[in-house]
Ligand binder design. Structure first.
Ligand SMILES: *Cc1c(COP(=O)(O)O)cnc(C)c1O
Length: 388
């Protein structure tokens, strides 16, 4: 295959064919993704910094400075002065870093098998983490509001508890755990608490006050040790841009290894060579949108969520699972099972996804989804649910 070279023209003709196989956010048909069309200004910044490598910051001190300014700004969003952290590839890597730190801290004092307490609603990245780090999981059932049942946590704590994980914006339903209460439990038992706000981190700080009340999830809760927050979801950044923030620099430093052949002699990330472009894009977005800009993004998404929720609620044969807390709605139908409906919607060109726990269809109202898309979706849904 490598013997047959292609002309540039042929290559781009092929690239176009590959691209045409892809879905585009602009089509408005992607209703199940937590990513969205990146803002054009972010893509411009991304392109400008595409050759920079944050794994070798001595060569790219400008990008490294940008990273520290981004972490500073994310800290401000999450009520933490002097945060430690990195812009990484995404929520998965951020969660791996937090759990690795927690494991190192645990191993300093304890020889046992480390245990983590996490809700049933935890993202599947924790399945990878549990296996990679050889952890013993204790899954906490969800309460009637699909949040981690806080009353069960204390019974699960043992001398081998390494960490508690709570979610601010679950992947499946967009629910926010009662992190204030969980934080009190973690603090009084001196247990590491990680908050996975990969999705909710760029939403909750920008909700209107009424909605935000009761969604205390960040470093204001003094038991919170680290937070995952992804710019490449509601932050409008191109992939890959995830974020991890630690309350204490000494915790991040647990990950440090010597890097003799590079320009800086220590590295505290899992990935070695890593994109600087995601950091540049995130820096640009935070400066360009600021608090007011993101408030508008979030309020538009929440308005469309409310609109969709009300329409679905009024629709025959549709049962909405719960009142949305963020821009995520899930539902079932009483005449068609979830997988059938999902595949029929697929044939109509809609990309919705199904949650497993509970088994429901799920819509994520990301900024690329507009009201006319929802109207088209709802009318197709009606057709599919027509009973003869
Ligand atoms: C999306 C998501 C992740 C994983 O993030 P990636 O960027 O896909 O690695 C982790 N946790 C939650 C709650 C998420 O929604």
């Amino acid at each position: 295959m490598l013997d047959e070279r292609m002309s540039k023209e042929d290559i781009f003709e092929n690239l176009k064919k590959f691209q045409d196989m892809n879905m585009s956010y602009e089509s408005g048909r992607i209703l199940g993704s937590m990513c969205t069309k990146p803002d054009p200004i972010a893509m411009e910044a991304y392109k400008m910094f595409i050759e920079t490598n944050l794994g070798d910051p001595g060569l790219f001190p400008g990008t490294a400075l940008m990273e520290s300014e981004v972490i500073e700004m994310l800290g401000e969003m999450l009520h933490l002065e002097n945060p430690a952290g990195h812009i990484v590839t995404g929520g998965t890597e951020a969660n791996i870093m937090a759990m690795t730190v927690a494991k190192y801290l645990f191993k300093e004092k304890n020889d046992g098998v480390p245990e983590i307490i996490l809700p049933r609603s935890a993202h599947f990245s924790f399945k990878k983490i549990i296996s990679m780090l050889s952890l013993k999981p204790h899954y906490v059932p969800l309460d009637e509001n699909y949040r981690m049942d806080v009353s069960m946590i204390e019974d699960l704590i043992s001398e081998n508890t390494m960490a508690i994980v709570a979610i601010a914006g679950t992947t499946e339903l967009g629910m926010v755990d009662d992190i204030e209460k969980i934080s009190q439990i973690a603090y009084s038992n001196d247990i590491y608490l990680h908050v996975d706000a990969a999705f909710g981190g760029f939403i909750i700080p920008f909700l209107d006050d009424e909605r935000k009340a009761g969604l205390n999830f960040d470093f204001k809760c003094k038991g919170v040790s680290s937070i995952t927050i992804d710019p490449h979801k509601m932050g409008l950044a191109p992939v890959a841009a995830g974020g991890i923030l630690f309350r204490k620099q000494e915790h991040l430093d647990k990950l440090a290894v010597d890097t003799p052949y590079l320009t800086k002699n220590k590295q505290t990330t899992i990935v070695g060579t890593r994109v600087g472009a995601g950091t540049a894009a995130t820096w640009t977005l935070l400066k360009y949108y600021g608090k007011e800009g993101y408030k508008k993004v979030v309020s538009d998404a929440m308005l469309l969520t409310r609109y969709t929720y009300e329409k679905l609620n009024d629709m025959e044969h549709i049962n909405v699972t719960c009142k949305p807390e963020l821009n995520l709605i899930s539902f079932t139908s009483d005449i068609k099972d979830v997988d059938t409906l999902k595949s029929e919607l697929y044939d109509y060109g809609w990309r919705v996804s199904a949650a497993q726990n509970p088994h429901v269809l799920r819509l994520v109202l990301m900024p690329h989804v507009k009201r006319e898309h929802i109207d088209n979706f709802l009318s197709d849904l009606k057709v599919l649910l027509k009973t003869e």
